[in-house]
Write a protein that binds this ligand. Structure first.
Ligand SMILES: [Zn+2]
Ligand SMILES: [Zn+2]
Length: 158
């Protein structure tokens, strides 16, 4: 299901991450095997054909993806390597980070706020990197759900 989140707009050719509503729309169609699905590109507003991310994206996901550091969100942040404008995006809550240092800051903040979240990451050369899934609490998603809402609910995190 996670592999369905990344889309490349056929009009402006920018990659984007499906928001929660779009995922709710796309997921059942993908499950049914529908090959042609239109979604709106948040960058340029055009309708573009949803094309399932290549299989390799799924394989590498757990290597490259961060747990989303937004409170109440148990989603994944993927690095979207656009040559012109790389960014990180969470398909679950729709948050985006245009600079890695801001993603790092949100991770640093959330692990202080909710210490069990530190188990989703590792420290490497002074930076947070994705940790071992097995070290997360078994009820991770339940714990995240119970978190108080983030007072800062901006989708663009900087
Ligand atoms: Zn577009
Ligand atoms: Zn999120």
């Amino acid at each position: 299901m996670d592999s369905i989140k990344k889309v490349r707009c056929q009009v402006c050719e920018k990659a984007f991450v499906l928001d929660v509503q779009q995922q709710k729309f796309v997921a059942p169609l993908v499950a049914k095997g529908q090959g042609f699905i239109m979604v709106e590109c948040p960058r340029c507003g055009s309708s573009t054909q949803y094309v399932k991310a290549q299989e390799t994206a799924e394989v590498s996901r757990h290597v490259a993806s961060y747990r989303c550091p937004i409170t109440q969100c148990a989603g994944w942040v993927d690095s979207i390597n656009e040559q012109t404008l790389p960014f990180w995006g969470c398909g679950e809550c729709g948050s985006v980070w245009y600079e890695e240092k801001n993603l790092q800051k949100d991770i640093a903040d959330v692990v202080i706020l909710h210490p069990y979240r530190a188990r989703s990451y590792k420290q490497l050369n002074g930076s947070w990197v994705p940790g071992d899934l097995k070290s997360e609490p078994a009820n991770y998603e339940e714990l995240v759900e119970k978190e108080p809402p983030d007072p800062l609910d901006e989708l663009v995190r900087g």
